[in-house]
Design a protein around this ligand. Structure first.
Ligand code: FAD
Length: 260
């Protein structure tokens, strides 16, 4: 299969660097094709700005979404954005690997999403009307592809449990897993978290790699997170609120996952 690894850490000799190297070697040994977007090594430009809109007329206020739509449709996007979009089209699965920084992804990776996920490519896809609010949340350009987050963090596993002080991991990752991955159509695999990184040593690293290898080997077989599809019948149209009989009486983020 074809795997894209989008990787964000500034130091190749870090724990993240070792995990990246392990994943590449393991996937290649398993016969997969692997392409890596090593964002720091690439010198990835994070801010979305007017440089991303060749031909922009600065007599009018800069509208990032509309300019993105214009250059995407015209085929005049900057080359670095086009290259990453081509990698996404090519891949059967995408792994996003990063350290948790302030409860989210490093800014350079957020900037990759903002710039690569163009209007017409990752959003603004499909019919937009009162009866169909676009092909998104389970449909869209990334439909049929799998995606998984590999996240290292200093906090301990119980800190990220359902009653942990940091909030439950899947709640913290909801904006990424549901918003960034499920929205453009990815089938989202459960994350692979590596907790308590300050206590890593050679023995534990080996155990982490063994567990990671199992997840990589089963990437195309494991059960994905069962997010509800926007156009699957659970949501009122066009309000896009869950129908009253779905997860009645609840308003936590878990209501967007199906129990069936
Ligand atoms: P490194 O610092 O490179 O390594 C961690 C440990 O692993 C070290 O002891 C190192 O010696 C060891 N190690 C490295 N490679 C190997 C190897 N090959 N074999 C064996 N041992 C190895 N944490 C949270 O939980 N929540 C947050 O919100 C959060 N926010 C942060 C914000 C910022 C700006 C920063 C800098 C850190 C934050 N952290 C947070 C902590 C952060 O998530 C961890 O520091 C990070 O995930 C560790 O990954 P690393 O690759 O940088 O590890």
């Amino acid at each position: 299969m074809k795997l894209l690894l989008v990787y964000a850490h500034p130091e190749p000799r870090s724990l993240n660097g070792s995990l990246k190297d392990f994943a590449i070697a393991h996937l290649k040994a398993g016969g997969h094709e692997v392409v890596v977007s090593d964002l720091y090594a690439m010198g990835w430009k994070a801010p979305l700005d007017t440089d991303d809109a060749p031909g922009y007329d600065n007599q009018t206020p800069f509208n990032p979404a509309l300019e993105s739509q214009r250059v995407f449709a015209a085929g005049t996007q900057p080359l670095d954005i086009e290259r990453e979009q081509a990698k996404l089209r090519w891949a059967d699965a995408v792994i996003f690997q990063f350290p948790l920084w302030w409860f989210s992804m490093p800014a350079i990776l957020k900037g990759w999403i903002e710039r690569v996920y163009a209007y017409g490519f990752a959003y603004g896809v499909g019919e937009h009307s009162e009866s169909h609010w676009g092909d998104r949340y389970g449909e869209g350009s990334m439909m049929g592809k799998r995606a998984m987050l590999v996240v290292t963090m200093g906090g301990w596993e119980p800190h990220y449990s359902d009653r942990g002080v940091n909030g439950a991991l899947n709640d913290l990752l909801f904006p990424i897993q549901h918003g960034v991955l499920f929205y453009p159509g990815f089938t989202v695999m459960p994350p692979f978290p590596i907790y308590k990184t300050g206590k890593m040593d050679a023995t534990r690293f080996e155990q982490v790699c063994e567990a990671y290898a199992v997840r990589l080997d089963n990437l195309f077989d494991d059960e994905p997170l069962r997010f509800r599809r926007q156009n699957g019948g659970d949501y009122e149209i066009p309000a896009l609120t869950l129908k009253p009989h779905v997860a009645p009486g609840r308003n936590d983020l878990g209501i967007h996952m199906s129990d069936d």
